[in-house]
Write a protein that binds this ligand. Sequence first.
Ligand code: LMR
Length: 405
Amino acid sequence: RFAATPRGPEDAILGITVAYNNDTNPKKINLGVGAYRDDAGLPVVLEAVRQAEHNVLQRGLDMEYLPVAGSHTFVQRAIWLAYGDRIIHERHNRFAALQTLSGTGACRMAGELLTRFLDYGQRTTKPLVLLPNPSWANHKPIFTDAGCDVASYAYYNPATRALDIDACLSSLHDAPNGSVVLLHACAHNPTGVDPTPEQWAAISNVVMDKGHLPLFDMAYQGFTSGDMDVDAASVRLFADDGHRILLAQSFSKNFGLYGQRVGCLSVMTDSQNEADAINSQLKIIARPMYSNPPIAGVRLVEEILNCDQLQRLWRDEMKGMARRIMSMRSMLRDELVQLGSQHNWDHIVHQHGMFCFSGLTEHQVQQLRERFSVYLTANGRISMAGVTSENVPYLANAIHEVTRN
Ligand code: LMR
């Protein structure tokens, strides 16, 4: 019955790891997936997470089902991390929220909610979700599969390797009123280019003027500045500007809990009644999809956020991850300069977060893979988290070789 099933392509990001794993070159480097590595190139379990794991194990807890919406404590702590004390205090009863299968699950739940209930009873077409150009490769399939229409708005200018704010504002202005605008809260994936506070204010204004609904994807809180509050400034600005907000949070990167699938979708609504109704519908959407979310990872996040000492340790470790990436940016740029590269590589240090949008062409990316076993996504995105002080000379040389005129 499945004989005619066509074979599909590997995933644009996770497929890179598959190819890397099959490569026998001892010098190979995986700069595809956005997953933090230490300076020895190894996956990291944070010390705060290890201590939390120990504490949780000591308690000998059961492994019963979580409620459909997940752990209430976790969800409250998650939205507090995003919005901070003041906004939570002012609007605590206006949030609908549920624990999700990390950021992907949060975006998918957002898409399902939009399809079913955005402008409920008044909408005759699919909701339109506008993604920045470019955006995370998984955004389009997530929202399309959830039943939304997807289009893009101008964001990155390859010529300046920076945000094209004028084009961005005018394409948001020209989009149909009432669109859903997906915004990367910080550490834009894949470009590493974030709006300045003034540019965020201008984006907020046009989103408000046009009656658009902001949907923030915050998968890298902490990775732009090293500080969780500084990185949440965009979301808090929109809250203060009076937007209703959908927020997808991932705790994969900042807690290093990749395989635990810890995330949260929240909706800032107008009233407690609206929040209650959305909460009821989120549970109805989640139940037939996966019934209820996994319990192990959220216990670790709760343990850390409920204990001042662990929280301090975690915030320091988060800062350490961000700083190591920043120092790899400088090292890579400096190595390329020392090699005598004729190209300007300053964008490597000017961009933020886990990724560098290198400007390498698809052909150059292919050359890196074939000649040097250096693996990046086809769009030239480098996961700076995979760069180490040991592999940076090899990487710089490989980039220099494939970009010689
Ligand atoms: C990435 O962009 O590399 C990460 O968000 C991992 C993923 O799932 O794609």
